[in-house]
Design a binder for this molecule. Structure first.
Ligand code: ADP
Ligand code: MG
Length: 227
């Protein structure tokens, strides 16, 4: 089953002489539970692609279907709700809310949705991420690796259809990078969460099921490593 379908996706930033075509007619699909690594040089359009998959920005043309929902047919409010429930986003610099505790950061998407947090599920996530002793800490009281764990918890709390990560280990040392990768893989394999990761790190790319390489806004290579 395809959980994600991208059809002729293009994105142009700016207008006229300063216009930049960041994404140029990209199409592919992703199966439920697949772990896809997206690689490519800086400026090739990887983050643009991830933002469009995550409903963070709108394309200039083309479609993104997630679980058969054509997400850019939704209005802003519907899209915001869809994003909160169906997309787990993980960034290089964590993007945690500095004045909220670890527990509050993780449960924020549920509170914004006025949904009750399932205490069992929250406990499971927190234990898996090894954050049980940090629940009342603020982000600036945590290491980079711990902050990234919190952001993974926040991405997972709503049981999203897909997890999207933009250089999730780009700011971490090799030990923490490995631990974060192991966690992402564990959530991918154990809970069948579809995982799409942008990375410069060859070790991450080699552990994916499939590697897509982007160059100049186009797919230069799309290879299944393991199925
Ligand atoms: N908000 C923006 N406004 C204008 N140009 C942008 C914007 N975001 C990205 N770009 C340009 O689009 C191209 C692709 O950028 P990006 O998707 O960030 O690449 P990558 O993540 O692969 O480094 C680059 O030329 C970049 O300068
Ligand atoms: Mg980028």
């Amino acid at each position: 089953m395809n959980i994600l379908q991208i059809e002729n996706l293009s994105k142009v930033y700016g207008k006229g002489e300063t216009a930049v075509k960041a994404l140029d007619d990209v199409s592919f699909s992703v199966k439920k539970g697949e772990f896809v690594a997206i690689i490519g040089p800086s400026g090739s359009g990887k983050s643009t692609l991830l933002h469009l998959l995550g409903g963070v920005d709108r394309p200039s043309s083309g479609k993104v279907l997630i679980n058969n929902t054509d997400i850019y047919k939704l209005n802003e409010t519907q899209l915001a709700i869809f994003r909160r429930r169906q997309i787990g986003l993980i960034y290089q610099f964590y993007n945690l809310i500095p004045i909220l505790t670890v527990e509050e950061n993780i449960t924020l998407p549920m509170l914004l949705d006025e949904h009750k947090v399932d205490p069992e599920q929250l406990k499971n996530i927190i234990n898996t991420l090894g954050l049980e002793k940090r629940l009342n800490h603020l982000p600036n009281q945590l290491s980079g690796g711990q902050q990234q764990r919190v952001s993974i918890g926040r991405a997972l709390i709503s049981n999203p259809a897909i997890m999207l990560a933009d250089e999730p280990t780009g700011n971490l040392d090799s030990k923490n990078s490995e631990e974060i990768l192991e966690l992402l893989k564990m959530f991918n394999k154990t809970f069948n969460h579809t995982l799409i990761v942008i990375t410069h790190d060859e070790r991450i790319a080699l552990q994916a099921d499939r590697v897509i390489s982007i160059e100049d806004g186009r797919i230069a290579m799309d290879e299944v490593i393991r199925s």
